[in-house]
Ligand binder design. Sequence first.
Ligand SMILES: [Zn+2]
Length: 64
Amino acid sequence: MFEKHCITCNAVLKSDEIPLYKKMVNRGATEYMCIPCLAKKLRVTEESLYEAIERFREMGCTLF
Ligand SMILES: [Zn+2]
């Protein structure tokens, strides 16, 4: 599997950041953003995005 990079800051994306972006922005996305950049875009805190990942996991989301 090849690495994906954040389209804003070019950071290497962690495994949770891709499904999070799909959930929060666009299910069909093929380019993604890291959590710090996504937090800025959505005007939320990074913590709230980590909490969202946990919630999706608890819900049994198949993307995570
Ligand atoms: Zn970024």
